[in-house]
Write a protein that binds this ligand. Structure first.
Ligand code: MG
Length: 247
């Protein structure tokens, strides 16, 4: 991406939010579709679980729900199919089934380029906080092995830590608290339209990386400050983005 495009996006974002120039200090990083090429497995697990409940879904629609908590997704699909509201226990039971189907699909591949992205952030002294709508322990626990040293202990916000999932800003606001950094000095890295909305609502500079089938326009509509077609291209541009923040 051109340096001038990055500069323009940062200038516009600062003007919209009334932010003064200040260096980049923190990155709030989504997990599925950003650090792992895992969405294809999530969509399969969701479709299987919901189908067993008599609710037919397309795999692609789950890319649009990505970022919501599992409970919110189940409630939305049940309501869409005219089902009565489920008890919290029943929602938990169904989410546990989906979680187990996902786990059974085996080891999930790290997203190509994500390791370089994290390495650039670490080299430049930028704090990293994981901010995921997931409560999928099989994947969260794999982070330390797949990305050693990328996230310091406690630098994580998961579905278990928030009352409101994305697109509500709460997950990213909690991430800012963990980093101890203001939104004027923080970027959000997302692959889902609802996640981008959450990032923008938190005031952070929000980068969308389009790693799935959702068209680019959906990320424009969600308000992404910059859009990259792959994690590798974002990793390539990240040193320039950090330099421009620091100017
Ligand atoms: Mg994601």
């Amino acid at each position: 991406m051109l340096e001038s495009s990055i500069k323009e996006a940062i200038t516009l974002w600062r003007a919209e939010n009334g932010f003064l120039k200040s260096p980049l200090r923190a990155a709030l990083i989504d997990m599925d579709g950003v650090l792992y090429d895992s969405m294809k497995y999530h969509t399969l697990a969701w479709q299987k679980m919901m189908s067993e409940q008599g609710v037919e879904c397309s795999r692609d629609e789950f890319y649009l729900y990505e970022g919501m908590t599992g409970a919110a997704t189940i409630s939305l699909l049940m309501a869409r199919n005219g089902r009565p509201v489920l008890s919290d226990e029943e929602v938990k039971r169904l989410y546990a089934i989906k979680t187990e189907y996902f786990r059974q699909l085996g080891k999930k591949e790290p997203m190509p380029g994500a390791d370089r992205m994290l390495e650039v952030l670490r080299e430049r002294g930028i704090k990293r906080v994981l901010v995921t709508g997931s409560a999928q322990s099989s994947l969260i626990n794999a982070l330390a092995e797949d990305y050693p040293g990328a996230f310091l202990p406690g630098m994580m916000v998961t579905a278990l830590d928030v009352n409101n999932g994305k697109p509500h800003p709460e997950p990213y606001l909690r991430g800012l608290e963990k980093a101890g950094v203001t939104n004027a000095r923080t970027i959000v890295i997302e692959n889902a339209p609802l996640g981008v909305r959450a990032g923008r609502a938190s005031g952070c500079f929000t980068v969308a990386v389009t790693t799935g089938p959702v068209p680019r326009e959906a990320f424009v509509d969600a308000g992404a400050n910059l859009i990259f077609p792959s994690m590798n291209e974002f990793a390539d541009a990240l040193p320039t983005l950090i330099d421009i923040f620091d100017e």
